[in-house]
Design a protein around this ligand. Structure first.
Ligand SMILES: *Cc1c(COP(=O)(O)O)cnc(C)c1O
Length: 380
């Protein structure tokens, strides 16, 4: 319930509107005509599956990332699973990854038959703590799968050094970080394979599900293309067991329009983050996001740390300000992975983070006044 105080305080400018965590409608309004035209064109052309927009978008995304090959698939989850399979990963293999991420990261590993081997996170970046990776490498380890969580790139330099030393592949989960950079390189172009998600709430979202596999490895590319299309290269001839996991032409056409704006939107996200920081940094109870000197953050989420967040969550809820805990239960503690043999206490930083993180409204169209209001509610 919205209190009278907030109604008055919010005033006429926002028309008593709640502040959402993400406002997809505002983005649509800003480029409505272009999107509507693209959608209508696909309908008129009626080449809905692997139509010309898919190939064009794959080329445009390849150029954007600086990789030779991209393959549009049905989701970010499928991008991860197809990448792993294209690298020949499966039963008996171990893949090192983070327990503090969305389930899809580990799910993709698990569904290939391989075993997710978790390594605790760096409390500053929420990404893999690279100092803890080497002790987890065994003769069965085949790859490291870092997640650039919330849009902050993982320590890719150290991860690649370890991978080279132990002859491992590196698969980047870029679902929350499209457009982010590590030492001047776009994430997704740094490891052997980059996996993108176009879920509506990501930095570049489509109107449903979508994903992409990005790589410089021609064999991975050829295999990923077959896997998304029933294991087939030539129509009705099937070489491997695959999936129906193609990026829809309609989604590709929408994404082609939106890709042109991605850098501008991400820049705006960074401006919002800077304003949040300015407004919140004096609050001794709130830890604002750390940004390494070596990266450009994409701020898919603006995630703060608060030791006792319950009261803050209640205040935000009362003021009708969107907020979310990404993620309340680390993956090693999830019921589905009980069989992996992990226990509470195994990854203390991940377990601490799950109690402390709180994501605040973040999208390119968020107004400075709204950030001031959100901060006011938190600083009260
Ligand atoms: C969203 C997300 C995925 C999965 O992407 P979908 O397109 O929703 O399948 C994978 N990993 C992370 C870290 C994500 O945030």
């Amino acid at each position: 319930m919205q209190s009278e105080l907030y109604k008055r305080k919010r005033g006429s400018q926002f028309n008593l509107m709640p502040i959402p965590l993400i406002d997809l409608k505002a983005q649509y309004r800003s480029i409505k005509q272009e999107l509507d035209e693209a959608i209508q064109r696909v309908i008129d052309e009626a080449r809905f599956v692997l139509g010309p927009d898919v190939t064009a978008f794959e080329q445009e995304m390849g150029l954007y990332l600086g990789v030779k090959y991209s393959v549009g698939v049905s989701s970010g989850t499928d991008a991860l699973e197809i990448s792993l399979l294209a690298l020949g990963i499966g039963e008996g293999d171990e893949i090192i990854t983070t327990p503090f991420t969305f389930i899809a990261t580990a799910e993709a590993i698990y569904n290939t038959g391989a075993k997710p081997v978790f390594v605790d996170i760096d409390p500053k970046t929420f990404c893999l703590n690279t100092a803890l990776i080497e002790e987890k490498i065994t003769k069965n380890t085949r790859a490291i799968l870092p997640v650039h969580l919330y849009g902050h790139p993982a320590e890719m330099g150290e991860i690649l050094d370890l991978a080279n030393k132990h002859n491992l592949k590196v698969i980047e989960d870029c679902a929350q970080s499209l457009g982010a950079e590590y030492k001047g390189n776009k994430v997704g172009s740094i490891g052997h394979v980059g996996c993108l998600s176009f879920f509506p709430g990501k930095n570049l979202g489509c109107f449903g599900d979508g994903g992409m596999v990005a790589t410089n490895d021609e064999r991975v590319y050829e295999m990923a293309k077959m896997l998304r299309h029933h294991g087939s290269k030539k129509k009705y001839y099937h070489s491997v067991s695959g999936f129906n996991s193609r990026l829809d032409t309609l989604q590709a056409a929408i994404l082609r329009v939106k890709l042109k704006y991605l850098d501008e939107w991400n820049k705006k996200r960074r401006e919002k983050a800077a304003l949040y920081k300015e407004m919140l940094c004096a609050n001794g109870l709130i830890g604002v996001p750390y940004v390494s000197q070596e990266v450009i953050h994409s701020f898919n989420y603006y995630t703060v740390r608060i030791k006792d967040r319950t009261e803050f969550q209640q205040r935000l809820k009362q003021a009708e300000i969107g907020n979310m805990v990404y993620y309340p239960l680390s993956l090693h503690l999830q019921e589905v992975y009980q069989g992996l043999g992990y226990n509470r206490g195994d990854f203390l930083e991940a377990e601490k983070a799950q109690e402390e993180v709180l994501s605040l409204p973040m999208f390119a169209e968020l107004l400075p006044e709204q950030i001031k209001e959100i901060s006011g509610v938190l600083n009260k």
